[in-house]
Design a binder for this molecule. Structure first.
Ligand SMILES: *Cc1c(COP(=O)(O)O)cnc(C)c1O
Length: 373
């Protein structure tokens, strides 16, 4: 396989000790009692790292599985669900809600700004009859960071359950899941956790669990049914065979995070330096506000084309950065500085390559981003 440096907002670079952990001898996870201990300890470690007393489940499947599982498990036909939409993933929750028979009500705001809790409160005063709400912490295609610390307690004060997609934010942004009153928190292995793709992490509050248990109709899925894990430890029974090696890698990645209490600060500092370097040289960030510690998104500068920037970064500098999709396709470039990507020398190398690529494509810059960084 070609070894590109992957400076993308997921999947991210994987540390050597995580790769080594994945090569350990395998067991039969269904029958080995020690695996149940290992799985539960790993879940507990994650709960601690995102500061919640709630139970964590590790699901065998990429981050998207968590989004679907939350909606599948909570939604009954006709349930009204508030979908906070200021980005592509935010809006995307509408599909999962309606797929399971729910009535998705979009609360759409400017994609260049974070959701304003005061404006949301004004909205909720008129209409708050929702079973749950979905909110994306970092909407990766635009790099939008929403203030879940303010939004979730507000929703809860109206009796609305909170489902938070923090897949690409957690560990690059502060996450105090209990303080933030998050009922269902969703994470994925391949963003700031910096394990390979393949796993979803879900935490469930008592309120969320009760809502799932008190449904009148059964959950219309097996794989996406979060209740199938009930009492897995007591019964020594998983609903499906757990991917042992993936979980060994995840465990090592979580241990790396636990060894670095300042991981959020590392992300915040690098992110601020990247933004300053880009804007000082005349590049324009996509967002006006609500910047995220894990990804920086800037507009494609004239006269360059997004595809040419990405192609030259890849073929001439061996570095993968990302474009975007949906409404942002072709408009922006994304540098993922999350997890193991978020290292000074990697970011500087990326910026130095970007400086050369943009110069080659005829972009007039006010300086070199790598120097300012
Ligand atoms: C990456 C990501 C996911 C998960 O997507 P996958 O394609 O399954 O990895 C979910 N939400 C957000 C905001 C993400 O950035």
């Amino acid at each position: 396989m070609l070894m590109y440096e992957i400076m993308t907002p997921g999947p991210t670079a994987v540390a050597e000790n995580v790769r080594m952990a994945r090569s350990r001898e395998c067991t039969n996870p269904d029958l080995d009692p020690q695996f149940y201990e290992f799985y539960r300890d790993t879940c507990r470690m994650f709960s601690e790292l995102v500061r919640t007393e709630n139970e964590t489940l590790i699901l065998g499947g990429e981050g998207i599985l968590g989004l679907e599982a939350a909606c599948a498990s909570l939604t009954e036909a006709g349930d009204r669900v508030l979908v906070l939409d200021n980005g592509v993933f935010g809006k995307g929750f509408q599909d999962f809600v309606s797929m399971y028979g729910g009535d998705a009500v979009l609360y759409t705001t400017d994609y260049r700004k974070p959701i304003d809790p005061a404006a949301l409160q004004t909205y909720l005063e008129q209409d708050s009859d929702f079973k749950y709400a979905t909110v994306v912490h970092c909407d990766t295609p635009s790099g939008m960071c929403n203030d879940v610390a303010a939004i979730c307690p507000l929703l809860k004060s109206y009796g609305i359950l909170t489902v938070v997609d923090s897949v690409s934010a957690m560990f690059g942004e502060q996450m105090d899941a209990d303080d933030f009153q998050i009922d269902v928190l969703l994470g994925g292995s391949q963003k700031a956790i910096s394990a390979p793709p393949g796993l979803t992490l879900v935490t469930l509050s008592q309120d969320a669990r009760s809502a799932m248990k008190n449904r009148k109709t059964p959950i219309a899925s097996f794989y996406a049914n979060l209740l199938t894990f009930e009492d897995y430890y007591e019964n020594q029974w998983f609903p499906y065979t757990m991917p042992v090696s993936d979980i060994c890698g995840l465990r090592a990645a979580l241990e790396n995070i636990r060894r670095e209490p300042d991981i959020v600060a590392r992300h915040q500092k690098i992110a601020a330096r990247v933004r300053r370097a880009l804007t000082s040289c005349g590049l324009k960030l996509y967002q006006e506000d609500g910047f995220c510690g894990t990804v920086t998104v800037f507009e494609v500068p004239k006269p360059a084309q997004a595809a040419d920037i990405l192609d030259k970064m890849k073929t001439e500098h061996n570095i993968l950065i990302a474009g975007s999709f949906d409404v942002m396709a072709g408009q922006v470039i994304r540098i993922g500085h999350m997890g193991e990507n978020c290292r000074e020398e990697k970011v500087r190398r990326t910026l130095a390559a970007l400086d050369r690529v943009l110069a080659d494509l005829g972009v007039l810059m006010k300086g070199r981003t790598a120097e300012i960084f």
